[in-house]
Structures are given as structure tokens and as C-alpha cells.
Unconditional design. Structure first.
Length: 202
């Protein structure tokens, strides 16, 4: 009689172990994170007196593609963009709102970064360095752009599993840039802060 009990106990243990293995999510293998959100974009020509700033509300997109070097620690390539339509221009204490309804200030960045997930709460911290560039478009056509500069990106967020490999969440991203424009010999300091919704496959 004891043999069926032992067999049943072994089967129950194996089933429980499989269930726990499925429930204990781990970030490993291929990694893809897509984010969209909104925030504020500001570019300041710090070497001009009086100081000149171009700023406004922005829409933001972010894509990260990479792989886990080990569980929960990921190396990725980053593609980041922010656009501020109809920005305001501030010269010293003078601010001109809605300077040109057809203008858009844009920030683009391509870089390399890492992210780490604190499990099992599935909260992440991320950081990346990038090449960044500012541009101005009018009616969708580029009319001015800077040279490439350096950028730093910092992110934090929380995600909830909706399947074994897919998580949805919310986060925040801060992008900082220092960009030189050789055509005007100006250094532009750039700040982009956004609240984002994220979808991560990993």
C-alpha cells in the first residue's frame, strides 16, 4: 500500500516543482523593450549671453534590443527619440510661446546600455551612453541640425508579467546630452524627461 502513496507523493512534488519553475520568471536570453510616453524637452545654448533655450512638451519613443549576459542583467542597443512640436523660445528673461506652429524640435540618440531587474518584484534600473543630435523640422522637413554629441540615459520602472516572457509596465527616463554645433560654435545642453509605458519581451 505504501508504494502507491510514495509514487503519488513523487508525482505531486514534480508537478509542484514544474509549477514553481513556470511562476518564477527570470530575465534571460533575447531582450526587446519598447516604450512610448510624454514629457518635456529642453535645449539650452549655454555659451550665448543672454542664455537661449528652446523647450516644450514632448512625445518620446524608445527601443532597446539585446540579450541577457546572465540572469536579470541585460546588455542592449538603444534607439531613442523625442519631439517637441511648436516649442517655446526663451532668450534671457524673455519667453516667446508658440514661436512657430510649423516647427518641431527633435532629439535623436543611438547608444549602448545595460539594465538590471530586481526580482521577484520586477523593478528595473537602466543606464546607457549614446550619440545624440538635435534638429529642427518645419512641416516635417529638416531645416537645421547640430553635430553629434554625447548623451547619458537613466531609467527606472516597474513591470507586471502578463505571460511567461512578456511584461507590461510604467517607467521614467531621463536623457542628458552635450552637443556641439560647429556651424555656430555653440554648445547645447539637452534635457529630456519622460514618463513612459513599456512592453518587454525577455
Amino acid at each position: 500500500m505504501r508504494y502507491p502513496i510514495i509514487i503519488a507523493a513523487l508525482l505531486f512534488t514534480a508537478t509542484t516543482a514544474n509549477a514553481q519553475e513556470y511562476d518564477e520568471h527570470v530575465h534571460d536570453g533575447f531582450y526587446l523593450r519598447l516604450q512610448v510616453g510624454g514629457g518635456h524637452l529642453r535645449a539650452t545654448a549655454a555659451d550665448i549671453s543672454p542664455e537661449v533655450s528652446v523647450k516644450g512638451a514632448s512625445g518620446n519613443i524608445n527601443a532597446e534590443i539585446g540579450f541577457a549576459l546572465f540572469n536579470n542583467f541585460i546588455l542592449y542597443g538603444k534607439f531613442y527619440g523625442a519631439a517637441s512640436p511648436n516649442p517655446s523660445i526663451q532668450v534671457g528673461d524673455l519667453s516667446v510661446d508658440n514661436a512657430n506652429e510649423d516647427w518641431s524640435q527633435n532629439l535623436g540618440a543611438v547608444g549602448l546600455g545595460v539594465t538590471y531587474y530586481f526580482m521577484p518584484i520586477n523593478v528595473y534600473l537602466s543606464g546607457a551612453i549614446s550619440y545624440t543630435q538635435l534638429s529642427i523640422t518645419e512641416d516635417g522637413e529638416k531645416i537645421a541640425e547640430t553635430d553629434l554629441g554625447g548623451g547619458l540615459h537613466l531609467g527606472i520602472g516597474k513591470e507586471w508579467w502578463v505571460s511567461k516572457n512578456l511584461g507590461l509596465g510604467i517607467g521614467a527616463e531621463l536623457a542628458l546630452g552635450r552637443i556641439r554645433d560647429d556651424s555656430s560654435s555653440d554648445n547645447w545642453n539637452v534635457t529630456s524627461l519622460a514618463i513612459v509605458l513599456s512592453a518587454t519581451y525577455n
